[in-house]
Design a protein around this ligand. Structure first.
Ligand code: MG
Length: 205
C-alpha cells in the first residue's frame, strides 16, 4: 500500500507557515512509504535526527477500489472509510529542504510518521465534506478543522492524484492539516476526534 498526502490544503495553516499559494494552484502531493504507518494507538518514539517533530492532525481516506484517471464525479465509489491520522513532520528538516528546494521524503516519510486510527465507514457520517475534527495535546485542544475548509476536496484530490498514480485497495490519502500545528515532546499525549468520536489516543516516548 502507499500513503498519498496533500500539503497546504487549509488556508489558515498555510498562513501560519507563511506559505503563499496562488489562486488555482494545483494540489501539493507527497508520499509516505508503508513503513510510515503506525496503528492501534501505539506510542510514537521521537527520532534522533530531528529536534522539532510537529503533529499535523488530518482526515485520512481509505481507498477501496483500484482506479486510475478517476473523475471527481465517480471518486466517492473509490473510498469507503475515513480515519484520523497524524502527519508527523520533522519541521527543522523540512525548513532546510524548502530552502534547498529538496524533496520532502525524509522529513515526512520516516518510520512511524503516519499514525492512523481505526477506520469508520463513511456512511456513518452525514456529510464527508462537512466533518469536524480536532486534536488535543495534553488535554488542551490545539487543532480544530472541518473538511469543508479544505482547498481541494476529497474528490478533487482523488481525481488529481489518480492521474499520476494508480490507486489501489488499501491505499490511504492524508488530506491536509488545519492551523495549530506544533511540537511534541517526550511524555506528551495526543487525543484526536472526528466529530465527537475519539479515535486517536497515544503518547510520545
Ligand atoms: Mg500534513
Amino acid at each position: 500500500m502507499k500513503i498519498i498526502a496533500i500539503g497546504w490544503n487549509y488556508a489558515k495553516h498555510n498562513e501560519e507557515l507563511s506559505q503563499i499559494r496562488g489562486n488555482g494552484a494545483e494540489p501539493v502531493i507527497f508520499m509516505k512509504p508503508d513503513t510510515a504507518l503506525l496503528r492501534e494507538n501505539k506510542p510514537f518514539f521521537l527520532p534522533s535526527f530531528s529536534d522539532e517533530i510537529h503533529y499535523e492532525a488530518e482526515i485520512v481516506v481509505r481507498i477501496c477500489k483500484m482506479g486510475k484517471n478517476i473523475s471527481q464525479k465517480f471518486a466517492p465509489r473509490y473510498y469507503d472509510a475515513v480515519a484520523l491520522g497524524i502527519d508527523f513532520t520533522a519541521r527543522d528538516l523540512q525548513r532546510k529542504f524548502k530552502e534547498q528546494g529538496s524533496p520532502w521524503e525524509l522529513c515526512k516519510g520516516f518510520d512511524n510518521s503516519a499514525p492512523v486510527s481505526e477506520f469508520v465507514p463513511k456512511e456513518q457520517f452525514a456529510d464527508i465534506n462537512n466533518l469536524q475534527f480536532h486534536l488535543d495535546l495534553n488535554k488542551e485542544t490545539v487543532q480544530q478543522g472541518n473538511t469543508k475548509d479544505m482547498i481541494f476536496k476529497i474528490d478533487e484530490i482523488i481525481e488529481y492524484a489518480s492521474k499520476f498514480f494508480t490507486l489501489k485497495v488499501g491505499d490511504l490519502i492524508f488530506t491536509g492539516t488545519p492551523a495549530g500545528v506544533g511540537k511534541v515532546s517526550v511524555g506528551d499525549r495526543l487525543e484526536g476526534y472526528i466529530e465527537d468520536r475519539k479515535l486517536i489516543d497515544f503518547e510520545i516516548a
